[in-house]
Design a protein around this ligand. Structure first.
Ligand code: NAP
Length: 283
């Protein structure tokens, strides 16, 4: 990669950011397509976020990604927000057009696109069981509703947050088929008769030895298991694998959400296979 005075700058702002895999696959994609772009990780503390966002304009960055803990806080500093991002109150991608910053959320699109391109799955008409009610649960729920999902079950350790998610998104998207499952009842067989997809949006599984929140007997009844955790093979994914249930991990979602960001910045189709290969070569 040759950096010159014309190189266009993109990157990721996070805190911490040093473990981010995005620089690996974004730079691999730029290099593969011969694009004069670079992607850099930048550690930005919460108290410096406003100044860092101003810096995007001052330094003429083409755009950036935002990761933990900035996805919500960044909204107050930008000029425009995409409709989907507004609905889920989360921005993970900024595009700088002549000093005008527009915010998008590519997490949900990445999820949908990975299902379609990797497994040929269209989520419309499906029943989805979502574990968690944090930032990524909003993205997955929002995009699933937009894509015509039939029914959504939300189950979170802190029940009030699941209720908040349900109320916010059912109102904003005029969708009434969200059911909150009490955390203690999550393995009750009455919920598992017609689930097509489990999506784990909690951080459970990031540490070795953290058991799956869903019992094996229920995992075998679904058509696909998707776990957003990407730092290791979680117990949930291991159980799906053991039972021959199709499964997808967070690395795929990471790449696909990054691919959508890449396309917003460059206007070119992201080379998914190159991005995937670069990560596997690096880890
Ligand atoms: P978040 O907003 O902090 O939400 C965390 C969620 O995990 C909450 O619902 C929380 O429940 C739940 N949780 C945490 N510890 C738990 C435990 N011991 N038992 C049960 N539930 C627990 O985080 P987020 O941004 O949504 O991210 C969640 C996960 O998704 C992380 O692992 C992150 O790396 C991953 N992620 C991956 C991608 C990707 O592209 N692959 C994108 C975004 C996020 P409470 O509300 O009860 O605390």
């Amino acid at each position: 990669m040759k950096i010159t005075g014309t190189t266009k700058i993109t990157g990721v702002f996070g805190y911490p950011v040093k473990h981010s895999l995005s620089p690996v696959f974004q730079n691999a994609a730029f290099e593969y397509l011969g694009l004069d772009y670079i992607y850099i990780p930048v550690e930005v503390s919460p108290e410096n976020l406003g100044k860092a966002i101003e810096g995007i304009k001052a330094l003429s960055f083409v755009g950036v990604n935002l990761t933990i803990p900035h996805k919500k806080a960044v909204i107050q500093y930008i000029d425009e927000i995409d409709e989907e991002a507004r609905i889920i109150e989360s921005v993970n991608t900024l595009v700088n057009k002549d000093g005008w910053l527009k915010g998008y959320s590519t997490d949900g699109y990445g999820f949908i696109r990975s299902l379609k391109e990797e497994k040929g799955i269209d989520i419309s008409g499906k029943n989805v069981f979502i574990l968690g009610a944090g930032g990524s649960a909003y993205a997955i729920t929002g995009v699933s509703i937009k894509e015509g999902v039939s029914k959504i079950y939300i189950c979170n350790r802190t029940g009030e947050k699941a209720e908040l998610l349900k109320n916010a998104l059912s109102k904003r998207l005029q969708f009434q088929n969200i059911l909150v499952v009490p955390f203690k009842e999550r393995n009750d067989k009455k919920y598992w008769k017609d689930i097509d997809l489990i999506v784990n949006t909690t951080s459970v599984g990031m540490k070795e030895g953290e058991s799956s929140l869903i019992d094996e007997k229920n995992i075998v009844s679904v058509k696909l298991v998707y776990d957003l955790v990407y730092n290791r093979k979680t117990e949930l994914i291991q159980l799906a694998e053991k039972n021959g249930i199709p499964h997808m991990d967070g690395l795929l979602m990471l790449i696909y959400q990054g691919a959508v960001s890449f396309e917003l910045w460059t206007g070119m189709k992201a080379p998914i296979e190159i991005m995937k290969r670069s990560i596997h070569a690096d880890t």
